[in-house]
Design a protein around this ligand. Structure first.
Ligand SMILES: Nc1ncnc2c1ncn2[C@@H]1O[C@H](COP(=O)(O)OP(=O)(O)OP(=O)(O)O)[C@@H](O)[C@H]1O
Ligand SMILES: O=P(O)(O)OC[C@H]1O[C@H](OP(=O)(O)OP(=O)(O)O)[C@H](O)[C@@H]1O
Ligand SMILES: [Mg+2]
Length: 295
C-alpha cells in the first residue's frame, strides 16, 4: 500500500519495448538511473525516488493497488487491464520514435478479409484480448479471439486468420507479409499515478514536478539552440528569410550596430540554417543541445 508518511516516491519503469527510451527520457529530464544486469531495481541519483522495473502490461494494476505510487505504461495496457489510475500526463514516445503506436487488425497480404465484417466466424490471435473483443462487439461481429504470448505476426495464415497487433515502424508487419485492414486503437506512453499517492500533497508535488520535467524533455527532443551575432542592418532580412527564426531573442552588443540573436530551432533545419546565416553576414554562430523546453 502507498505510504504517505514516508517521503519516498515508488516509481514503476516499463521493462521491455519502452525501457531504453524511458531511461533516456528520464536522463534528459535530469534523473539518472543505473540498471545492472538481472536487477529489477535500478538505482537513481534522487534519494526520494525508489524505482522498479516491471512489465508494461502489469504496471497499471500495480499502481491501482498502490504497490507503486507512479509509473509509465502504454494507454493500451491501461485500457486492456481496466485498471483505475490517475492519468497524469501523455508522454508521446515509443520504442523507436516520438510518435504513438497503433494496434491494428492485420491479415496476410493475400487474404480475402477486407473489413472487420469479414471476420465473422474467423480466428483472431492477439495480446489484447479485451480490446479486440470490444472492437468485435461494437461491430456486431462474432469471431474467436485467442490470447497470443507474442511473436503474433508469425501466426497467420496457419495459426490464425487475422491478428490484432501493435505496430510502430511497420517493419514487423512488412517482414511477415501482413496487410493492415484497420486501426483499432492509437496508444502512447502515459505517466500514471495511484489515487492515494495523487491525493498526498508531498507525492502529488513530486509527481507533478516529474511530469513537468519529462514533458519538457519531450518538447526539447529534436530541438537545438542557435546563437550568433549579426549587424543590425542585416537582421530583418534574416528574420524574414528564415521562418524558424520568427521569435528570436535579440540583444544589443557593446559594439554599436551589432546584435546577438538566440533561437530554438528544429535540429533538422540547422544544416540549411547555418550556411544561410553565414551567407547573410552572421558571425560567431554556435549550436547547443537543449535537454528541456518548458513554455
Ligand atoms: N515498437 C514498439 N513495439 C511494441 N510495443 C511498443 C513499441 N513502442 C511502444 N510500445 C509500447 O510498449 C508497451 C509494450 O510493452 P509490453 O510489455 O506489452 O511488451 P514488450 O515491451 O514488447 O515486451 P515483450 O518483448 O516481452 O513483448 C505497450 O504499451 C506498447 O504500446
Ligand atoms: O512496427 P514495428 O516497429 O516493427 O514494431 C512492432 C513490433 O514490436 C513488438 O514486438 P516485440 O519486440 O515486443 O516482440 P513480441 O511480438 O514477441 O511481443 C510488437 O509486438 C511488434 O511485433
Ligand atoms: Mg511485445
Amino acid at each position: 500500500m502507498s505510504d504517505s508518511t514516508n517521503k519516498v516516491l515508488k516509481i514503476g519503469l516499463p521493462k521491455g519495448s519502452l525501457q531504453d527510451s524511458t531511461l533516456e527520457l528520464f536522463a534528459k529530464a535530469g534523473f539518472h538511473f543505473s540498471v545492472s544486469s538481472r536487477s529489477y531495481f535500478p538505482s537513481i541519483d534522487d534519494d526520494e525516488i525508489q524505482a522498479i522495473l516491471i512489465r508494461a502490461q502489469e504496471m497499471a494494476k500495480y499502481i491501482e493497488s498502490g504497490a507503486f505510487d507512479v509509473g509509465l505504461t502504454g494507454k493500451d495496457w491501461i485500457i486492456e487491464t481496466g485498471a483505475k489510475v490517475v492519468e497524469v500526463a501523455d508522454l508521446i514516445y515509443s520504442k523507436a520514435s516520438m510518435r504513438p503506436v497503433r494496434w491494428v487488425l492485420a491479415v496476410p497480404e493475400k487474404s480475402d478479409i477486407q473489413s472487420v465484417k469479414d471476420l465473422e466466424g474467423k480466428h483472431i490471435a492477439t495480446e489484447v484480448v479485451n480490446i479486440t473483443k470490444n472492437y468485435l462487439q461494437k461491430n456486431n461481429v462474432s469471431a474467436e479471439v485467442e490470447f497470443s504470448w507474442g511473436a503474433t505476426e508469425v501466426k497467420p495464415p496457419d495459426l490464425a486468420d487475422a491478428i490484432v497487433e501493435v505496430t510502430e515502424t511497420g517493419n514487423s508487419l512488412r517482414a511477415n507479409k501482413l496487410r493492415i485492414v484497420e486501426t483499432i486503437l492509437e496508444s502512447n506512453t502515459k505517466l500514471i499515478a495511484n489515487e492515494a499517492a495523487w491525493n498526498d500533497p508531498w507525492k502529488r508535488e513530486k509527481i507533478e514536478n516529474l511530469a513537468m520535467l519529462l514533458e519538457g524533455a519531450i518538447v526539447a527532443t529534436g530541438k537545438v539552440g542557435l546563437k550568433f551575432n549579426i549587424k543590425e542592418e542585416n537582421l530583418k532580412s534574416i528574420v524574414d528569410k528564415i521562418p524558424s527564426l520568427r521569435n528570436p531573442t535579440i540583444a544589443h552588443l557593446v559594439e554599436t550596430g551589432w546584435v546577438a540573436v538566440e533561437s530554438i530551432v528544429d535540429e533538422k533545419q540547422v544544416r540549411r540554417l547555418i550556411p544561410d546565416l553565414k551567407r547573410a553576414g552572421a558571425e560567431g554562430i554556435f549550436e547547443y543541445e537543449i535537454n528541456k523546453l518548458i513554455y
